[in-house]
Design a binder for this molecule. Structure first.
Ligand code: DX5
Ligand code: ZN
Length: 218
């Protein structure tokens, strides 16, 4: 399966974002974590920053919204130029209406699940989204360790997609590195977010290539 690598700029230098985006020009997407200090206990960046980053980023932007009330706020990220906008199932009031609105605005629509949120209630709605993001850590911070207990959910999600015949991507985010990417890929993930593993590497393009080839071997 084709593996897509999305370095998370949460681990980049926020004083040098343009430089650090150029460092990941060989990646598939730049993963941008939007946190509002309510849905998660951390605050990062918002709409005006994403809008400007979309203008200078060498690869498309994959916005991961860890915010309350995405029904109200998420469409503006599609309008700001994010190629993919992912909102959390736990925060959305009307996920199907929101996903349809994101697609209408020309963005891919992603549905994110915290580690304790099951995929089963959403299985009949898979045709409404382009990607399911299975969080492999509790959202909020980079540098946490991968939760192996999420692997079964990745497998169940991949199996449901296979049975549906749809082309929905399965993304994993949190603790993804050379030591965990194999397990996630084997379970059925095909899109991989990696923050500290990529930006902590001495050779960033080399790390992106290594992760892509390890994940693509499945
Ligand atoms: C965490 C964020 C992640 C984070 C991943 O809530 O959604 O995207 O940057 O960082 P690592 O890869 O260091 O676990
Ligand atoms: Zn993220």
């Amino acid at each position: 399966m084709d593996a897509r690598i999305c370095p998370s700029i949460l681990s980049a230098d926020f004083a040098n974002l343009e430089r650090d985006l150029q460092l990941i020009a060989t990646a598939d997407y730049a993963h941008v974590d939007v946190m509002d200090n309510h849905f998660v206990p951390n605050l990062t960046l918002g709409l005006p920053v994403v809008e400007r980053l979309a203008q200078i980023c060498p690869v498309p932007i994959d916005a991961h919204l860890m915010i309350e009330d995405p029904d109200r706020w998420a469409p503006a990220y599609a309008e700001a130029g994010a190629a993919s906008v992912t909102f959390h199932a736990e925060a959305a009031t009307a996920p199907v209406r929101l996903a349809r609105e994101l697609r209408r605005l020309g963005s891919r629509a992603g549905l994110a699940l915290r580690p304790a949120t099951p995929i089963e209630p959403f299985i009949d709605l898979l045709s409404e989204v382009d990607m399911v993001l299975i969080m492999t850590v509790e959202p909020g911070f980079g540098g946490q360790s991968f939760i192996d207990g999420t692997l079964a959910k990745i497998s169940r999600t991949r199996e449901a997609i296979r049975l549906s015949g749809l082309d929905v991507w399965v993304q994993v985010d949190g603790g993804v590195s050379r030591s965990t990417i194999d397990r996630a890929a084997e379970a059925g993930a095909n899109v991989f977010v990696a923050g500290s593993a990529v930006y902590g590497a001495a050779d960033i393009p080399g790390e992106i290539a290594a992760l892509r080839s390890m994940a693509g071997a499945h």
